[in-house]
Write a protein that binds this ligand. Structure first.
Ligand SMILES: [Zn+2]
Length: 184
């Protein structure tokens, strides 16, 4: 088999060979995310050019008074921290899903994936596949792997799944902020 890249035999973040090598040992998917993370880390409210489109939301216009400036700066810091969190969690999510694809596949793994896809399709009954895990008992590991990888492909190519995951991550960040706020 041809080597994945000159320096790495699989992605340094997620460990996949399913995506082509992009740069610095990252697959194309992880590279895109890690690049975005670097860009967000470099966001500087005093230098709008570092923020791209997001800069519009945090314009420090000359007519703002001191308290308004403080407010804009606070919401900028919040947004920056939230975006960083989202990208770090996304890289983690890629690692975790790839790990699942490498491990032994259980009937429960398949049941969960099917339920996730049913959820994306908007089925009314949430537990539509509840208890079907043992239907896969007679499948060998190769068969289970193949099925899991196909189901996984649906999810990772679904813009809706990506959007929902990002919303979930943002909410998780807010909840975490809330609880650390309460502790203070
Ligand atoms: Zn990767």
């Amino acid at each position: 088999m041809a080597q994945w890249s000159k320096k790495a035999d699989r992605c340094v973040n997620c460990g996949t060979v399913r995506y082509p090598h992009k740069a610095r040992g990252y697959c194309s998917r992880c590279y895109r995310t890690s690049l975005k993370l670097k860009q967000v880390e470099a966001w500087d409210i005093e230098k709008p050019e570092t923020m791209g489109k997001s800069a519009r939301m945090f314009r420090l216009a000359p007519y703002l008074d001191k308290s308004q400036v403080a407010l804009v700066k606070r919401s900028f810091e919040h947004k920056k921290a939230q975006e960083k969190w989202l990208l770090v969690r996304t890289l983690e999510h890629y690692r975790w899903t790839e790990e699942l694809l490498r491990e032994d596949v259980t009937g429960i793994d398949l049941e969960f994936k099917l339920e996730a896809i049913a959820g994306l399709c908007g089925v009314r009954k949430r537990k539509i596949f509840h208890g079907i895990a043992n239907c896969f008992d007679d499948f060998n590991q190769d068969q289970r792997h193949l099925l899991l990888s196909f189901l996984n492909r649906i999810i990772e190519n679904s813009p809706r799944a990506t959007r929902l995951r990002q919303n979930r991550m943002r909410m998780q960040y807010e909840r975490q902020q809330d609880s650390s706020g309460k502790l203070r």
